[in-house]
Write a protein that binds this ligand. Structure first.
Ligand code: NAP
Ligand code: F7E
Length: 358
């Protein structure tokens, strides 16, 4: 029986990847951070919580990573753990660099000293391309990061490459473009929109406040993307792959389709506020995943329209159950109201507004 160790098992991708590996007969180990309130709702909602062998570990703590490797003795390691919200990397740039970037070297060193035959997957990101002026981005496109998160991911990406070349280890990075699902965190724009639309359609909320409506992203379905991630570690040779749909749409188009799913006109409900704009924005990302199609036999199946509908319908279903008093593993009621958070971006946008009013 193959054994896999996943960091970030409590996150969106960790949950889908765990389910894929369990179905394939793997013994799955997942690391989690000790927090004061347990956050296993994604694993619970996929019905796999009891099947994961949980190991407490923190990417900031090299000793705990080494222990996790020793305890699980894995054939494959999937490093999905990261501080993954781009906006908050502007406010917590140091911890982002340590968790998302430097921790990868600690992890690779731990693997090298325990057993350098372990295969390692690093969750790289399309954010690394930043604003690079290429109409589509492939494995060969130069990187131009535009956020502390993207810089941290780029460090992790290159150190993974260095360990592959220097020590002949099987280390690969998947450069994944945005991928969403009903298990996505609600601070990301896809679920912020689908959850907002669900609440508005049921009369629980009156408006949806967003930031930059013009930026374009290449959005795919997380479950399918995790199938590609597994395939990357089954290749004969370690190589990096872009995983994307090849289609980019604006945030406003996402909102339009989402509101149409419940028969509403988005223009009546969507407002914008500078507090949700970033100090530096990536305007356009669209991936070329031809290499993945040729070498992994992978291509996306779910269309953008189907993805948007899936997210909205699932959030409507959850809120209806909530109204009916049914309880189940679910995140939305636990999230603080984003508009009430005191962040540096909020203060910066307030002071810009005050200056422009003078
Ligand atoms: P996610 O839902 O935010 O999950 C991130 C995971 O990392 C969570 O399990 C989180 O644990 C864990 N984590 C955070 N800080 C940690 C620390 N100090 N020590 C150990 N674990 C820590 O993200 P995702 O969407 O599943 O993404 C998975 C990976 O792919 C991330 O590395 C992300 O940056 C990358 N990625 C994502 C996308 C995308 O569109 N989803 C695209 C490209 C790359 P807690 O539950 O305790 O917070
Ligand atoms: O933003 C714009 C925002 O936060 C998408 C992460 O998984 O994918 C994700 O990063 C776009 C940006 O994702 C709001 O400015 C407008 O242009 O959903 P997002 P992201 O920043 O693209 C990459 C590949 C990762 O690696 C990351 O880990 O939407 N936008 N209005 C907004 N974004 C948010 N969050 N909230 C808004 O109100």
């Amino acid at each position: 029986m193959k054994k896999a160790l996943i960091t970030g098992v409590t996150g969106q991708d960790g949950a889908y990847l765990s389910r894929i590996l369990l179905k394939k007969g793997y013994k799955v180990f997942g690391t989690f951070r000790r927090v004061s309130t347990p956050n296993f709702w994604r694993l619970q909602s996929l019905g796999i919580y009891s099947k994961i062998n949980l190991i407490p570990a923190d990417l900031l703590d090299m000793g705990s990573l080494l222990d996790a490797i020793r305890v699980s003795d894995p054939d494959e390691v999937y490093n999905l753990g990261a501080s993954s919200f781009v906006s908050s990397s502007f406010e917590q740039s140091v911890s982002n660099a340590e968790i998302t970037g430097l921790a990868v070297t600690k992890f690779l060193e731990s693997i090298r000293s325990y057993n350098s035959n372990i295969k390692f997957y690093q969750a790289s990101s399309s954010e690394m391309y930043g604003n690079n002026n290429f109409s589509v981005q492939s494995e060969k496109t130069p990187f131009m990061p535009a956020s502390p998160y993207a810089v941290s991911k780029l460090y992790a990406h290159w150190i993974t490459d260095v360990y592959r070349k220097s020590y002949k280890m099987f280390t690969v990075s998947g450069i994944l473009f945005n991928h969403e699902s009903p298990l996505r965190g609600m601070e990301f724009v896809s679920r912020k929109i689908s959850n907002g639309v669900a609440e508005i359609s049921l009369g629980l909320k009156k408006e949806l406040v967003l930031g930059n409506l013009k930026s374009k992203r290449d959005w795919g379905y997380a479950k399918e993307y995790m199938e590609a991630v597994h395939l990357m570690l089954q290749q004969d040779k370690p190589e990096d792959f872009v995983i994307s749909t090849g289609e980019a749409y604006s945030v406003s188009h996402f909102a339009k389709l989402a509101f149409e799913t419940v028969g509403l006109n988005w223009k009546k409900y969507v407002k914008t506020d500078r507090r949700f704009m970033r100090p530096s924005e990536v305007n356009y990302l669209c991936g070329d995943s031809k290499k993945a199609k040729t070498k992994l036999g992978w291509e996306p199946k779910i269309s953008f329209e189907e993805l948007v509908r899936m997210l909205v319908n699932e959030d409507v279903k959850r809120w209806k159950m909530f109204i009916d008093g049914k309880s189940f593993a679910w995140d939305a009621p636990l999230y603080p109201d984003e508009a009430k958070l005191i962040t540096r971006s909020h203060q910066d946008s307030n002071s810009k507004r005050k200056k422009s009013e003078k």
